[in-house]
Design a protein around this ligand. Sequence first.
Ligand code: 5GP
Ligand code: ZN
Length: 139
Amino acid sequence: MSDCLFCKIIDGQIPSLKVYEDEQVFAFMDIMPLTKGHTLLIPKTHCKDLFEMPEEVARNLYAAAPKVANAIKAAFNPVGMNTVNNNGEAAGQTVFHYHLHLIPRYDETDGLQVKWNSRQAEFPTEVLTAIAGQIKENI
Ligand code: 5GP
Ligand code: ZN
């Protein structure tokens, strides 16, 4: 897409620090890294977000993810990795070309704080069962 920042990075109009590229995907350093080695993996086919991603594009993107993740692991020996994908402005997406964040983790002082506040009490089994049913109906 002509006015898309990441499409411009893929075709070299905007410089980036590329770490991997094949026919289908492109991986490069996030310009504002959260931790050492924070990398973005993107499909070469422009899609805005997960909702608009064709299955084949997803297949190719996720096929490349372990390769890039393991290169980060081999380079910096992190103790873990968060893979994050924000879809939609409300979810924190700021660049509207799908991207998977690969964020290596080192220790509790590595600067990334992810806190999951479970609301399990609001979702007893019967409520969860109804929710599962609604999703199933829509697949
Ligand atoms: P989002 O908030 O959409 O999940 O993530 C967008 C990411 O793209 C951010 O982490 C941001 O640092 C990164 N980013 C934004 N502009 C550029 C750029 O021009 N070059 C690179 N390499 N990364 C960028
Ligand atoms: Zn794009």
